[in-house]
Structures are given as C-alpha cells and as structure tokens.
Ligand binder design. Structure first.
Ligand code: GRF
Length: 192
C-alpha cells in the first residue's frame, strides 16, 4: 500500500452484513487525527443489518445491495465505489464472497478481519470449532483479501488464551474486544 502523503485521508468503504461493531469502531478510529483513512461509504449485503444504524448516526453515505444476483450487485457496487472515489475497502462482518473480478479491480486494497488465528479455521463458526477442539489459544486476524477465502497475506494477528470455562458467548465477546483493537492497528501498519 502506498504511503500517505500530505494530510488527505484515504477514502474508504466498509462492507458489512450484520451487527457492525467493527464498523462503529472503525468510524471512531477514522475520526482521530492519526487515522490514515476516512470512511465515506458503507455497503451492506443485508437490508436490515443492525450496523446500518451507524451509517445514519454518523451521516455516512450507505447503500444496500441485494446479492441474489452477485454479478449485478458487484457491477453496481463497483460503479458506486468508483463514483465515490473509494481507494480502500474494509470488510467487517461481510458475509458474502467477492468474485475474482471484483477483487482484481481492487487488487491489494481490500482487507478483512477474521475471528480466528488464520490459517486455522477459515470460513464460518470459528469459535464453535475452537471450543470443540479444546484449543488453548484463539484470536483474530486482519488480512488482505484475495480470490481464495480467508487466505490472503496476514497483516496483523492477536492471540488470546481460551480458558476451560470459555463458552461461545464469552469467547465471542473476548475476541470481538481484541478485533476492535486489531483492525485500527492493522490499518495504521498498512499506511505508515
Ligand atoms: C466479527 O467477529 C468479524 O471478525 C467477523 O464477523 C464478526 C462481525 O462482527 N468477520 P461485527 O458485525 O463487526 O460486530
């Protein structure tokens, strides 16, 4: 990623599908002086995504896309993203797999946060699998998005201890708290 020059922040879009706690956290981060990004667009694949409330709360342009037809959805997203001069994309709980074509258009400029210590536990239900396997550690990872699911170059990772008393709720909560620290840290690392 090119280094930041001058005071202009990099125009960024966040893609969500759900609660949006990472989105909220990234918006707050984007407003501090040292943040290299500004969040100018929020895209949701779910029309009732809870996270959309943050778009309204912080008056950020947002749009919902129906992924029933992925080709049309991506074509329309690309048009919008280009119109808004977006240069960086953060996936944050975005539950759709982007096509090779879309990723190519934004080569090296899409990042994702995943709630496991990649390459372990790609895909869904990470915490469930960690508990089932009685793993002693888990964590979260920020990585570049490539055409292979959850397999792009790792930017930063945070490891946490899983205790014998941890359950799905406690582990989700513990890891989400770490995600909120890791995502901004990874973005600072990318641009600085
Ligand atoms: C997070 O655990 C993230 O790592 C995963 O989906 C969850 C989204 O949470 N990809 P939120 O919508 O940001 O609260």
């Amino acid at each position: 990623m090119e280094k930041l020059t001058g005071l202009k922040k990099v125009k960024t879009a966040v893609f969500i599908s759900g609660t949006g706690s990472n989105l909220k956290n990234l918006i707050k981060f984007s407003k501090i002086k040292k943040s290299p990004i500004s969040i100018d667009l929020i895209i949701s694949s779910v029309n009732k995504a809870k996270g959309l409330k943050y778009a309204h709360q912080f008056s950020i342009k947002n749009k919902i896309f129906n992924f029933q037809n992925i080709k049309i959805a991506e074509k329309n997203i690309l048009t919008l993203v280009k119109k808004e001069k977006i240069k960086f994309i953060c996936l944050a709980g975005f539950m759709r797999v982007l096509s090779k074509n879309f990723i190519k258009e934004f080569n090296g400029k899409i990042v994702n946060i995943h709630p496991s210590l990649l390459p372990k536990y790609k895909g869904l239900n990470t915490h469930k699998r960690v508990i089932k396997n009685k793993d002693k550690f888990s964590g979260c990872t920020v990585h570049y998005v490539t055409t292979k699911l959850d397999s792009g170059k790792i930017i930063m990772q945070k490891r946490i201890k899983v205790t014998t008393t941890d359950n799905l709720t406690s582990l989700t909560k513990k890891i989400l708290a770490q995600e909120h620290k890791l995502y901004p840290a990874a973005i600072l690392k990318i641009f600085n």
